[in-house]
Ligand binder design. Sequence first.
Ligand code: ADP
Length: 408
Amino acid sequence: MLADLKIENTLGEGLENTKIPFTSLMESGGGAVVLNDEIKLFGNTPTEAEVIDLSNFLTENEEIIFYTKQLKKHFAAAENYKKSASGILSIRLGRAKNHFIIWFRPEVSETVSWGGNPNKKITYNEEKQRLSPRKSFEKWTEKLDGISNSWQDYEVETAKAFRENLNQFILKKQKEEISRLNQNLEEANKDLKLFSYGISHDLRSPLRGITGYTQILKEDFSENLPAEALETIETILKSSNRMEGIIDDILSFSKITGGELQNKNFSTKKLLQELLVSFNIKTNYPNFNIEIAENLPYTYGDCPMISQLWSNLLGNALKYTQQAPYPQIKIGSFSQENKDVFYIKDNGIGIPEHQKDQIFKMFSRFAKKDFKGTGIGLAIVARILEKHNGKIWVESEPEKGSTFFFHL
Ligand code: ADP
C-alpha cells in the first residue's frame, strides 16, 4: 500500500489509488482521509458534512489514536449515523491539528447475518460478541444500540504502525515542498536584485538627462524666457530631485531586505559624531542645540545599517523640528530588562496618537507639504530593527515633540 503512494500526489489522492484500499487493513465498513479541508470518503461512511463535524471533535481531543465501539457516548451527534459508524478508530497524522485517517465500523445489528427468525429468543454474550437464541431480540438490539464490534489490540497496533509509515511519507513530501519553496524564494530574490539594479541604472540615467537638460535651460536661456517658463523649470527640477530621493530610498530599502548582517561591536558615540559631520550641522542647522549623552554604550550590530538607522532618525528630528523657536535634539540611552535602549528626543511638530503605528509603514507620511520626504525612512528603520531582532516605539505629543526609542 505504501509503495503505491506517489510523492507528487496528496495523501488523499494517494490513498484513493492504492491497489489494496486502506480500509481493508482491518475489519471496517468504510473510512475517511481528512487533511484539513480535503476530505475523501471510502465505502460506507457518514456524510462529508458529518465527517467534517466529527474531525472537529477529534481535533479537540489531543490523542494521537482514538477508538471506541460506541462513538455516540463521546460525541452525541454520532447517533445520526450509528448505522454506518457506531465505532471509529482514528489516527492523527503528522503535526497538523486536523489530519486524520478514520476507520468506521457499523452497528453490530447491521453486521449480524441472521440464521433464522430474528424474533426467536436470542441473547448476546458481550465478552464473546456472539449471539445465542435465548433472550428476546428486542432486548438484544436495545443493548447494542449504537455499538459496533470491539477494536482488537492487533488492530490498534496495525493502525499505529500504519501511522508511523504515513508520517514518514508526509515528512518526505514536506521536505520536497520545502526545497521547492526554497528554490522559488531564491528565484524571487534574484528577481529582486535585478529589479533594484534596474531601478538604479535604468531609472537614474533618464532622470539625470531630465535634470541636466533642465539645468542647461535654466543657466543658458533664462534671460530669454518669460517668468512663467522659469517657474516651470524650477518645478521640473524640484520634481526630479524628489524622484531621485525616492529612488535612493527604495534602493537602500531593497539592500537591507536582501543583505546579510555583518555584526560587530562599535562605538555608538563615534558613529553619531561622524553623522553630525556628514549632516554639516553647523552650516545647515546653526540654531539647533544637539546633545549627545556621554555614557552611550557600544552597539553590537551591522554598522552600515545602524548608521543608516540613526541617519534616518536624526534626519527626521532635524527636519520636523526646524520650525521650532529653540530647536533641540537629545540623544541618550538607558538600560531596561538587560537591554540598552537608545532614544532620540526632539521638540518638533510631534505626532498625533492615531498616526503612531502608521508612520513605520512604507510610503506613509503625514507631515504637511512644507516638509520634504518620501515616507520610506521609518520603514527602513523598522526593517533594520527587524533584522536585528530589535524594537522601536515612539512617544510624542503634537506641537511639543517626539521621542523615538529603540533597542537591538
Ligand atoms: P518622511 O520623513 O520621508 O516623510 P519617514 O518614514 O521618515 O518619512 O516618516 C514618516 C512620517 O512620520 C513623516 O511623514 C512624519 O509625519 C512622521 N515623523 C517621523 N519622524 C518625525 C519626528 N521626529 N517628528 C514628527 N513627525 C515625524
